[in-house]
Design a protein around this ligand. Structure first.
Ligand SMILES: [Zn+2]
Length: 332
């Protein structure tokens, strides 16, 4: 049993409390390799932003969960080296699919876990989430539950259609399970292709596709039921058009990728939404930089010469998200 506190990590409790009160949101960035982690820590240290390092089931399979955990431990020390005196870093399991997965992460040093029972019948979701909370809270590990279903594909998590969270269920769910935060569905979705062109409208000024707006009425109804309770948004990449354009210019084939406009995320950050998950945007930033190097310098074969620019581009993206979208800079 490894306690996350011995690794210098923190749970989400204080962080979320301050974020809800302060009207900003904490970035939750997924990682599965060194350059991504370096970019996240450099961006967080430079902006003094609390940060959540997310590990998905797919990342655990890809990179090995033991290795990822030691990387997170190293990230705390690295943050200190960068001059961040008191790093506020969470290691979080994204989309835990069973009690056993959550338990194994808690036992090996994660400070926060998500148990995603959103695809289960309501009572089963309650029972599973409660079981994880009871285990996690013994070690002061925080737990994110989920109500409502997001559309899209993220690793193994996939759903054809989204179902908005029912505001009338949230109080019962939070009370019965004791979860520390709640992921909701209000129209965000996983992946870089969040909406079909038919679901979008054409912006006459830019000629680009505008996705349907998030259901802020549902968010408001949830906040009314659970005043001050930490709310989480998954599937909140914005799919920056310049990264998509770079990818396509240098041989990529990303057609009609559409994300959540940053204005909407900015608005959500000011509410009880205190954790915003961003994964696809970093994948796009990495891919754009790598494609550009490959296209412009075809003789290059030193991985540092293309992963280095990829890291720089991801760092730039993370800093932009922290300062211009979530507002979490200078909060840690
Ligand atoms: Zn998710």
């Amino acid at each position: 049993m490894i306690n996350y506190k011995d690794l210098g990590l923190v749970n989400t409790r204080e962080m979320f409390k301050k974020a809800v009160a302060g009207g900003y949101a904490i970035p939750a960035f997924n990682f599965n390799n060194m350059e991504q982690l370096q970019a996240i820590i450099m961006a967080a240290a430079e902006t003094k932003s609390p940060v959540i390092l997310q590990v998905s089931k797919g990342a655990r399979q890809y990179a090995n969960q033991t290795l990822l955990r030691y990387m997170a431990e190293g990230a705390v020390e690295y943050a200190k080296e960068l001059g961040w005196e008191n790093p506020q870093i969470v290691l979080h399991l994204d989309h835990g699919d069973s009690f056993e997965t959550c338990k194994s992460c808690i036992d090996m040093g994660f400070s926060s876990v998500m148990i995603d029972g959103s695809h289960l019948p309501y009572e089963e979701n309650v029972a599973l989430t409660k079981k994880v909370v009871e285990y996690a809270h013994q070690f002061d590990v925080t737990v994110e539950g989920e109500l409502g279903v997001l559309a899209g594909v993220e690793d193994e998590v996939s759903a054809e259609e989204s179902h908005y969270t029912k505001p009338e269920e949230v109080v019962d769910f939070v009370t019965k399970t004791g979860c520390d935060s709640l992921a909701i569905s209000i129209g965000t979705s996983h992946g870089a292709f969040k909406f079909t062109p038919e679901q979008c409208t054409l912006d006459p000024e830019t000629g680009r596709l505008l996705p349907p707006p998030l259901a802020f009425d549902v968010l408001a109804a949830i906040e009314e039921q659970l005043p001050g309770f930490p709310i989480v948004l998954h599937g909140s990449s914005s799919v920056p058009q310049d990264e998509v354009d770079t990818i396509n210019k240098y041989g990529g084939a990303l057609k009609a990728a559409v994300g959540i406009p940053e204005e909407q995320l900015r608005k959500a950050s000011k509410s009880a939404v205190c954790k915003i998950n961003i994964d696809s945007d970093s994948r796009l930033a990495m891919t754009a930089a790598v494609r550009q190097v490959f296209a412009e310098k075809p003789a290059e074969f030193d991985p540092r010469k293309y992963l280095g620019p990829a890291r720089d581009n991801m760092k730039k993206l993370y800093i932009h998200k922290i300062k211009e979208v979530l507002g979490s800079d200078n909060k840690a």
